[in-house]
Design a binder for this molecule. Structure first.
Ligand SMILES: Cc1cc2nc3c(=O)[nH]c(=O)nc-3n(C[C@H](O)[C@H](O)[C@H](O)COP(=O)(O)OP(=O)(O)OC[C@H]3O[C@@H](n4cnc5c(N)ncnc54)[C@H](O)[C@@H]3O)c2cc1C
Length: 470
């Protein structure tokens, strides 16, 4: 039998990989291919932190493929042209891949499917990155959902996601491998090495992902419901980059969590596990929205926000990006992001509220900064997160709910451990003044004054909101 090409994209894993599984079941040699084509991602090509992750995960996946007798063919160019060339070089008869849902990628993939299909190849795409395909879930009227709770209830009425397939032990290879470039030649790593904090924190790849899930289910899931809002604790899975790059599939997360819930060692785990799976549900919801409302990557879902009077202030934007706003919990989050490529969800909401409400800067400024600096930057989740916080998206927090950074900091980091870790200038400020150091008798000289007066800024934000409320 002639070879099949498996075109890997954001599904860099051997287990629970429907496209790879289909190639195994078809029989014959398998050619695993990855094409680096950032210019095909529309206005959202991978940012610096994502590129760092891509480098590591490609090397890790190439080694995993070698351990099952195969190889990763890496190309740099236009996806269609590279795939066509590999078809020529290997005489392949089939091309399989797992779907992605970003608008520019959906359009590209449709065109590639048509062109390769017209050449007589067997071309198939599979659902492996979500529990439920975006078009599987619809309201009674046949529309997409815009409210999470109703969406998730509808998902749970569908058949349970399939059990994931195990990793193949051996992959049949072609008699001659096509050309491949070195991962190094893609130049994904930063020229100036700012990523040492990333190396300390992350192990990109399928093994690193499995270890994260295992540790979370052993240590943290029982308390997840209560502790998931605490940035000072190990309380959430940190699976987001692994899920984004497809180093672990959501079906594995779903079934593994359910299986462990039956384990008697986890007394509180049922509730924790259910809440955890509903967060995976938010990821599903984000992709559902992105698929049905592709314009929302750059425009608010609630159109009246098109006319919102956003401000423009380079200095304040820079203060926010660099963690120098003078609001400790905001600065802690922004510095955690810069150093590790990740930020706790509660703190993401606080810093996003601060940017869009206290500073009244456009949510896209925040979305773009996150896009460049997060290792889990994900067009669906990031768009939802920003529009939700700014009040202009689906099921959004109302615009008039403005987070108070002082009370949020005191509530979710009560001992100040997280804040002091990331803002060491405040090490000696007592708990009482930690979130408002300007009230301390002698505030630390090396920490900035607050860029705005929160109470004033809140009033101005609400007045601005009145202009689009209608
Ligand atoms: C302004 C803003 C921007 C965000 N940008 C991103 C982003 O670019 N990429 C990203 O993956 N998440 C984003 N999120 C969602 C959320 O903050 C992260 O998914 C979460 O913090 C990741 O940590 P975790 O893996 O420990 O989460 P856990 O609590 O362990 O949750 C498990 C998984 O569920 C998914 N998930 C959890 N919360 C959400 C959510 N609110 N929306 C969608 N999926 C969720 C993630 O895949 C996560 O890995 C954003 C949130 C906000 C408020």
């Amino acid at each position: 039998m002639k070879p099949s090409i498996v075109w890997f994209r954001q599904d860099l894993r051997l287990a629970d990989n429907p496209a790879l599984q289909a190639a195994v079941e078809r029989g014959g040699p398998i050619v695993p291919v990855f094409v680096w084509a950032p210019h095909e991602e529309g206005d959202w090509p991978p940012g610096a932190a994502s590129r760092w992750w891509w480098h590591q995960t490609l090397e890790s996946f190439a080694a995993d493929l070698e351990s099952v007798g195969s190889r990763l063919i890496v190309r740099d160019g236009d996806s269609l042209a590279e795939l066509e060339q590999i078809v020529e070089e290997t005489d392949a008869e089939a091309v399989f891949w797992n779907r992605r849902y970003e608008p520019a990628v959906v359009e590209r993939d449709k065109a590639i499917k048509m062109t390769l299909g017209a050449r007589g190849l067997e071309v198939q795409s599979f659902g492996g990155s979500l529990l439920f395909e975006p078009w599987q879930v619809e309201t009674k009227e046949g529309n997409p959902y815009q409210v999470f709770s109703a969406f998730w209830r509808a998902c749970k009425r569908l058949d349970e996601p399939e059990e994931p397939s195990p990793a193949p032990e051996k992959l049949p290879h072609p008699w001659k491998w096509p050309d491949s470039v070195e991962v190094d030649s893609l130049e994904l790593l930063p020229r100036i090495d700012w990523a040492s904090g990333f190396r300390d924190e992350w192990t990109p790849g399928e093994k690193g992902a499995a270890e994260r899930l295992d540790r979370f289910l052993r240590e943290a899931v029982p308390d997840y419901k209560d502790d998931r809002n605490r940035p000072d604790r190990y309380a959430t899975s940190k699976l987001s980059p692994h899920l984004h790059f497809g180093e672990i599939g959501p079906r594995t997360v779903w079934h593994e969590t359910r299986r462990r819930l039956g384990d008697a060692r986890f007394t509180n785990a049922d509730e924790g596990g259910e809440v955890f799976l509903s967060e995976i549900g938010w990821r599903e919801f984000a992709h559902h929205l992105l698929y049905h409302f592709p314009e929302t990557t750059d425009r608010p879902l609630r159109e009246k926000f098109d006319d919102f009077p956003w401000r423009d202030d380079e200095d304040e934007l820079k203060a926010w990006q660099r963690g120098r706003t003078g609001f400790p919990i905001v600065d802690a989050g922004m510095r955690e992001l810069w150093t590790t490529g990740w930020m706790h969800n509660r703190v993401r909401m606080i810093v996003a509220s601060f940017l869009t409400k206290d500073l009244r800067l456009h949510w896209l400024e925040g979305a773009r900064w996150f896009w460049d600096t997060l290792v889990d930057a994900d067009l669906a989740n990031n768009t939802l997160g920003w529009q939700w916080t700014a009040g202009c998206g689906a099921d959004a927090a109302p615009y008039f709910r403005v987070f108070n950074p002082m009370t949020q900091g005191a509530k979710f980091d009560p001992d100040g451990e997280y804040t002091r870790q990331w803002v060491p200038e405040l090490a000696s400020v007592v708990d009482k003044h930690l979130q408002q150091p300007w009230e301390a008798g002698s505030p630390p000289a090396d920490y900035p004054e607050p860029v705005v007066d929160h109470a004033e800024a809140r009033k101005e934000a609400l007045a601005a909101f009145e202009t689009v409320k209608g």
